[in-house]
Design a binder for this molecule. Structure first.
Ligand code: GLC
Length: 435
């Protein structure tokens, strides 16, 4: 068992843990409301009103998936995950199983097929997000926890649930899963969202979704697909998905390392939010990407395109800047993982490690004065360079005229000499060629 071997699961996670960086896309009718993808729930908007306002006006005339795919490709993203259907129940493809779909809007065309094509043409793998819960479907039983009708009295809710059969809803999920896994070519990631079983047994989980039957179908149709961990099946997943926070170490289950992926927004909302101002900048997001890989994980970064079908200018600018950094530094991300346990990074540094090439990457998040001491690396490095320009980093500490001083540290520490001026990149990286 290698230091960083993870729990074995059916899905093919080899490419996934090599490529590390993906684009999450939340797009739907909520993009028109432009005030959070949960707007229907948050404002308790009844189905009829939601249809009248947003379904009847969905017409993204500026939609060009090639521009989305170009932005992702430039940012160095290797897979994307699109919301085929979010909690509102609206479907982005010409599904046979409901009329609540994009082909019945003023726009009138399937948006999913051309999107997958555009990303595939740029070598970006396909991930499909699919909501388990559905605030629109007539068979989905209404509960007191989530949805526009959650605060109805018990009696009124019971009235609304007359004739609703959760089993029929599970069948709908099953049929649409079959469509998604058979009509769009090879799908690499399936991202269900989400189960919410409460301690008192209320809420919804595997029995409400028919998860076991669903899981069997998925493995039948796509044996190597990577499945997320939200079907409420203890063993039915390939990737753990911590959301909107940064784990403090490699995610484990019963002490065993697992394949994991942090999914996060640039601001707060996943769907396009016109007035949200809590945007993180590119430097923060680059450091988050580095931190994910330094802890053996992936980073799935979200954008919420507008109702006109464009990625928000604020998001495009961030993707551009991330891409400018990845242009020089992508090999400190792709094929990399957590450094061997014997190497601990000094302050203000993160390590990523390419075990195949035996390269250790020192990501410097606060520029030091001239020297850094790298613990436990003395005698273990044959050459070093800055990645943005390939310039040599000398494996030495103080200069000759400083010989009568000690730089500190112990004999096992390797001093390296850095330029006084911080390189003009978001996060400078020193590439160490280990012996
Ligand atoms: C949460 C949000 C949901 C979003 C998902 C993405 O479940 O509620 O809107 O799609 O996270 O991870």
């Amino acid at each position: 068992m290698g230091q960083h071997d993870t729990l074995k699961t059916p899905g093919d996670t080899k490419w996934f843990t090599h490529d590390r960086f993906g684009l999450f896309i939340h797009w739907g009718l909520y993009s028109l409301a432009a005030r959070h993808e949960w707007v229907m729930n948050n404002e308790k908007i009844p189905v009829e009103e939601y249809e009248r306002k947003y379904f009847k006006h969905f017409d993204p005339d500026l939609y060009d998936p090639n521009r989305w795919a170009d932005a992702a490709a430039h940012a160095g993203m290797k897979y994307f995950v699109i919301t085929t259907k979010h909690h509102e129940g609206f479907c982005l493809w010409d599904t046979k199983h409901t009329d609540y779909k994009v082909t019945n809007t003023p726009y009138g065309k399937d948006v999913l097929t051309p999107m997958i094509k555009a990303f595939r043409e740029r070598g970006i793998r396909t991930g499909l997000y699919h909501s388990l819960l559905d605030w629109h479907h007539p068979q989905m039983v209404i509960d007191k926890h989530i949805g526009p009708y959650r605060e109805l009295s018990e009696e009124d809710r019971a009235k609304m649930n007359v004739g609703r059969d959760q089993k029929k809803y599970a069948e709908y999920l099953y049929n649409q899963t079959r469509e998604l896994l058979t009509e769009f070519g090879p799908v690499d990631v399936l991202w269900y969202d989400f189960s919410y079983v409460k301690p008192d047994g209320s809420g919804k989980g595997k029995d409400d979704w028919g998860s076991e039957k669903l899981y069997k179908l998925i493995r039948e149709l796509a044996p190597n697909i990577i499945l997320d961990d939200r079907l409420d099946l203890p063993d039915g997943w390939d990737v753990k998905t911590p959301e909107q926070f940064q784990p403090d170490s490699w995610v484990t289950l019963n002490g065993q390392k697992v394949v994991w992926e942090a999914c996060q927004t640039m601001s707060g909302s996943w769907g396009y939010h016109r007035e949200e101002s809590s945007w993180r900048d590119a430097d923060q997001l680059i450091r988050t990407l580095i931190d994910c890989v330094a802890k053996g994980g992936n980073f799935l970064l979200n954008v919420g395109p507008t109702g006109r079908g464009e990625i928000d200018a604020r998001a495009l600018s961030v993707l551009k800047q991330i891409g400018d950094w990845m242009h020089y530094h992508s090999r400190s991300i792709y094929g990399c993982t957590q450094a061997p346990d014997e190497f601990h990074p000094p302050a203000d540094c993160h390590y990523t490690y390419n075990p195949e090439k035996k390269r250790l990457y020192v990501h410097i998040t606060a520029w030091p004065y001239k020297n850094i001491l790298l613990p436990n690396l003395a005698g273990k490095v044959e050459y070093a360079q800055l990645l943005h320009d390939g310039s040599e980093v000398q494996l030495t500490g103080l200069e000759a005229w400083q010989a009568h001083y000690s730089i500190g540290g112990d004999a096992s520490s390797l001093p390296i000499r850095l330029p006084q001026v911080r390189p003009n990149v978001a996060v400078p990286v020193v590439e160490l060629f280990l012996k």
